[in-house]
Design a protein around this ligand. Structure first.
Ligand SMILES: [Zn+2]
Length: 384
């Protein structure tokens, strides 16, 4: 089994008497209310998804991440996990605060504040996203954050698994599953889409190379027009049930936001999957990219940098432009198929989307009819 990133799986989920004590203590602590994404970051820290970190980023680690792609300990890290506030009044280093989730009256976590500091949003955004263009959603997001960062380790009180509990196993639990199944190698597939035949072909190619396939859709805040979480999950449940060998595939969500940081996010996607127990991860073209900010191969090339030599989880790059070829009578690519345009049925996201909107099933060679039916069964499968 591959070791967790940094050697040890973080576990800061409170239970039993410690949990009861924390709930009581929380009532009298100063509070910081955090948004949905920050709340999930806190849960991910405590559950080991972000191992080896144990809390929200401090100044020295932030500088190190931005300039050297690693934590001060030397462990590779590319995107800081931050807790920002606009008003640091009442938050003091050395004291505890209670994190509250926006819109909830229940305490989320106790945070042991180690530092409160102002941060340079612009230079930080430039380092993470490689641009200071405000049209980039990540850069814009940083600019809208508070001027102060609060650092410190957290102890999680609210460990609710959320709406897809059966598909939200934590890293220690997926590791156990992979071990029980005897998977020496396991390839993760990152997705934020419903599966079409091109995805299915790629996933099944992987099963010729590795013991297991770990399909892990990112569940959480998305752009309007993207597929809803429930539609993505249900579509995968359906296709796996009917067309995959159940002993070789495992479906589990990753509840975190897309940050659209391209190559640096590809590294984080790999680190998180390593913590879940994957030994390999498919890195797609323009992985985690947005607009034209990153080169098509930039994410995969990132893994060759010397600072990521010890990453252990390996990127898998399946090359080619894929389509369905009517002459090959199979999913084919520019690397495999000698036939011309007349034989090609493209995997067009727009065509599939229009088909769903208009109730016209895409060609069955492009999308499984069962997958189409499941998506169609949602009143609105898209994010508003
Ligand atoms: Zn062909």
């Amino acid at each position: 089994m591959i070791a967790p990133h940094g050697g040890k799986l973080t576990d800061r989920v409170l239970c039993c008497s410690a949990l009861e004590d924390a709930k009581k203590a929380a009532a009298s602590l100063p509070q910081i209310t955090v948004d949905y994404d920050t709340a999930r970051d806190a849960q991910n820290i405590a559950r080991g998804v972000f191992s080896p970190i144990e809390g929200f980023v401090g100044k020295a680690d932030l500088d190190s991440i931005c300039t050297k792609n690693c934590l001060t300990s030397g462990v590779a890290w590319t995107i800081p996990i931050m807790l920002d506030v606009s008003d640091p009044d009442g938050i003091e280093a050395g004291k505890d605060v209670c994190l509250m989730r926006e819109g909830s009256a229940e305490p989320l976590a106790i945070m042991h504040v180690s530092e409160v500091f102002q941060w340079d949003k612009e230079s930080c955004a430039k380092a993470v996203f490689g641009t200071d263009d405000m049209a980039h959603p990540g850069v814009k997001g940083y600019s809208q954050k508070g001027d102060w960062l609060v650092a410190g380790e957290i102890d999680l009180i609210d460990n609710d698994r959320g709406p897809y509990a059966d598909y939200n196993l934590f890293p220690a639990e997926t590791r156990k599953v992979f071990e029980e199944r005897g998977w020496a190698t396991c390839c993760a597939f990152q997705t934020r889409n419903v599966p079409h035949a091109g995805h299915e072909t790629m996933q099944k190619m992987v099963l010729g190379l590795f013991d297991g396939l770990f399909i892990q859709p990112i569940i959480g805040k998305k752009k309007p027009g993207d597929f809803q979480d429930a539609a993505i999950l249900k579509a995968y449940q359906t296709i796996i049930e009917k067309y995959f060998n159940p002993e070789r595939v495992f479906l589990n969500i990753l509840p975190t936001e897309m940050r659209y940081a391209g190559p640096k996010e590809a590294i984080m996607h790999a680190i998180m999957r390593k913590n879940y127990g994957a030994t390999h991860i498919i890195i797609g073209r323009d992985h985690a990219g947005v607009g034209n900010y990153y080169g098509e191969e930039e994410a995969i090339e990132m893994f060759d940098k010397p600072e990521f030599a010890d990453l252990e989880i390996k990127p898998v790059n399946i090359r080619g432009d894929f389509w369905y070829c009517t002459t090959c009578a199979a999913v084919a690519s520019n690397r495999t198929c000698p036939h011309g345009k007349d034989s090609q049925i493209p995997f067009s996201g727009t065509l599939i989307r229009n088909g769903i909107v208009n109730g016209v099933a895409p060609d069955a060679r492009i999308m499984r009819p069962e997958v189409f039916e499941v998506i169609r069964s949602f009143e609105n499968p898209f994010v508003d």
